[in-house]
Design a protein around this ligand. Structure first.
Ligand code: FMN
Length: 336
């Protein structure tokens, strides 16, 4: 594994977001992101994350989120003691800030207790959620699909943004990353990640060239040994490419990208899907329709770059190699 550090200026970033091996965040994936995946991402030197709602206990049992945070914290502490020259990256927890998420208050308390370093918020921008994160030294990145939502999130106290552009897996935006990042960067100089079809070092470098501090990648991590996904799903990611992705609002009420073959597998015609009503969104059970994620499989458009199911470490090594090679190649065009 290359231990070369990322050497650009990080002065404008909060300390929780500095010193990564590669400017990459492994994005939160419903059902799929579990402690094994998060720990492997952090050990590989990129931010690992999971949605708090993935930690779901049976009724009457103690909160699984508490146990997961203990497991992740202890594993990363152990890694750091054993590898002082190669410390793990910090991890993030994703909170779905939607009125139907009935466990939000409880989950915020548990995350504050474990001093979660990075909080990723989705769907609603709320002052009290940001305050809960700040109370324990956490940094909040709020995900947005346009510049209006970006301004609103920062005005409510988020520290940074995840710009979810066209081509992202799961609930995706419709705007080109070129437009979205440039509009946000015209007024915002804080932490900014770009989400959508980043599955290679070349794409990551392009995100940095646009003005993003980090790439935010989800779908490539589905095809890893550590991901909590069926083998058939992992293989479908490997076998598919951009033209196998369908953009639809049918499955959760929000527009998102899904694997065409999984829609066919579920007995539907991907070329004739009706639209859905956004008021049908419900996260009380973690998602408006759990079937949407269990049977209709989400994926972004970047998976043409995913050619095998590998370990997280192998995937991060590949992106790292490509990122540096692409950077050197371009730098040669700009001799000093
Ligand atoms: C299967 C799947 C599940 C997702 N679940 C969540 C989630 O629970 N919370 C969230 O904020 N984003 C979720 N996302 C969106 C990702 O965090 C991220 O924006 C996206 O994966 C990035 O695009 P990419 O898949 O092209 O890399 C999901 C994406 C996928 C593919």
């Amino acid at each position: 594994m290359s231990l070369q550090k990322w050497t650009r200026s990080e002065d404008h970033l909060p300390k929780n977001l500095r010193g990564l091996r590669l400017p990459l965040i492994g994005s939160p994936l419903f059902i799929i992101s579990v402690p094994d995946l998060v720990i492997a991402q952090c050990k590989a030197g990129i931010v690992g994350s999971f949605p708090a709602l993935n930690a779901r206990e049976s009724e009457g049992e103690p909160p699984l989120l508490d146990a997961w945070l203990q497991q992740i914290t202890e594993a990363l502490d152990r890694h750091n003691q054993d590898n002082p020259d190669r410390p793990a990256a910090p991890f993030a927890v994703n909170q779905i800030v939607h009125r139907s998420n009935s466990r939000l208050e409880r989950d915020l308390e548990i995350c504050a207790k474990w001093k979660v370093p990075i909080w990723i918020t989705s769907l609603g921008a709320r002052v009290d959620v940001n305050e809960a994160a700040h109370s324990c030294g956490g940094v909040v990145l709020h995900d947005v699909i346009n510049n209006t939502f970006a301004q609103k999130a920062i005005s409510k106290g988020a520290d940074g943004l995840v710009a979810v552009a066209a081509g992202a897996g799961g609930h995706a935006g419709a705007q080109s990353p070129f437009a979205l990042i440039r509009e946000i960067r015209s007024w915002f100089d804080g932490p900014l990640a770009l989400s959508g079809a980043i599955a290679s070092g070349e794409a990551l470098l392009a995100a940095r060239a646009l003005g993003a501090d980090f790439g935010y990648a989800g779908s490539p991590f589905i095809a890893t040994h550590e991901a909590n996904a069926q083998e058939k799903y992992k293989q479908m990611i490997v076998d598919s490419s951009a033209e196998d992705i369908v953009y639809s609002s049918l499955f959760t009420g929000v527009w998102g990208n899904y694997l065409k073959s999984s829609i066919v597998q579920a007995g539907m015609d991907p070329n004739n899907l009706p639209s859905a009503d956004p008021t049908s969104m419900n996260f009380a059970q973690g998602s408006s329709k759990p079937k949407a994620w269990k049977e209709i499989w989400g994926s972004g458009q970047g998976i043409g770059d995913v050619n095998a199911v590998t370990s997280v470490e192998e995937l991060v090594d590949r992106i790292d190699r490509e990122y540096r090679a692409a950077g050197h190649r371009l730098a040669a065009e700009f001799p000093i």
